[in-house]
Ligand binder design. Structure first.
Ligand code: NAD
Length: 256
């Protein structure tokens, strides 16, 4: 049994993943704004550094897994915050935990991306994604605030997250650490509810009909994550798996 760091596990998808990982007998070090072992704000560089240091101290420098779920929706009305939490809250923790994962037994990292990550054309070429991938948080925050609409910042932050997972796959695989992402569609969580409650955005979410005719449950994401990080998923590496009731296939049937 191993030790897993899970960010964003106070509620929603992260909480369901925590429960599933603990049911397999693993120890979890939760990182979130409240109700977890490591209370930290991942929107700031200092908060992320604190989260990394506290987690590494708690696991004595060895992790079997890191599952990064913390994120906010594009509806929150603070685009810079979306950029910082959704991208830098993932990328900094991945790099901060990499040495500890290398010491773990068959360790793997998993990131929660989104099925919206590919919805904007040429996302990776946009100034926001380029600033994120360059690690320039100040520039990314400025572009997000001044040049983008909230939902676009969300989608582009998730695109950058997906790219950052795939860009690490070669080095991490050679180091014996797997890294993957899941890309959920609408899942019944507080984040989705926040979108539903936001004028303009709520109706658009309701109008978007998922092929299977319903939204997903956090436990369904947790089950896929358990497979991907577990021993049966040992050859899954550098992948982004859509779990969205067919929404991506409906909107982008010829792109895969
Ligand atoms: P949620 O709001 O239930 O969970 C998000 C968690 O992140 C919360 O526990 C919250 O406290 C934490 N968090 C937010 N800001 C933080 C900060 N500054 N520092 C530390 N922790 C912070 O929402 P969820 O739907 O479970 O979201 C989990 C992940 O799934 C997010 O990355 C989200 O973008 C992604 N996702 C969600 C959906 C969906 O429809 N719910 C779809 C695709 C992707």
């Amino acid at each position: 049994m191993g030790t897993y760091a899970i960010s964003g596990c106070a509620t929603g998808i992260g909480a369901a993943i925590r429960k599933r990982v603990e049911a397999d007998g693993h120890r979890v070090i939760g990182i979130d704004l409240r109700d977890v072992e490591v209370v930290a704000d991942l929107s700031t560089r200092e908060g992320r550094q604190f989260a990394i240091e506290e987690t590494l101290a708690a696991c004595e420098g060895r992790l079997e897994g890191a599952i990064l779920c913390a994120g906010v929706g594009g509806h929150i009305g603070n685009n810079a915050l979306v950029a910082s939490i959704n991208y830098f809250g993932v990328a900094d923790l991945l790099d901060g935990f990499f040495p500890a994962l290398q010491k773990g037994e068959k360790a793997s990292a998993l990131v929660i991306c989104s099925n919206s990550a590919q919805l904007m054309p040429d996302s990776v070429k946009t100034p926001l994604v380029q600033a994120m991938l360059a690690g320039d948080e100040e520039a990314a925050r400025k572009i997000a605030d001044e040049d983008c609409e909230g939902q676009a910042v969300y989608m582009l932050s998730k695109n950058a997250v997906g790219v950052s997972v795939r860009r690490r796959a070669t080095e991490w695989g050679a180091a014996g650490v797997r890294i993957n992402a899941v890309a959920p569609g609408p899942i019944d969580t507080p984040l989705l509810q926040g979108g539903l409650d936001t004028p303009g955005i709520g109706q658009a979410i309701r109008d978007f009909k998922v092929p299977v005719g319903r939204w997903g449950e956090p436990e369904e994401i947790a089950e896929l994550v358990a497979f991907m990080i577990g021993r049966h998923g040992g050859f899954v590496h550098g992948s982004i798996w859509y779990i969205d009731g067919g929404a991506d296939a409906m909107t982008r049937s010829d792109a895969f």
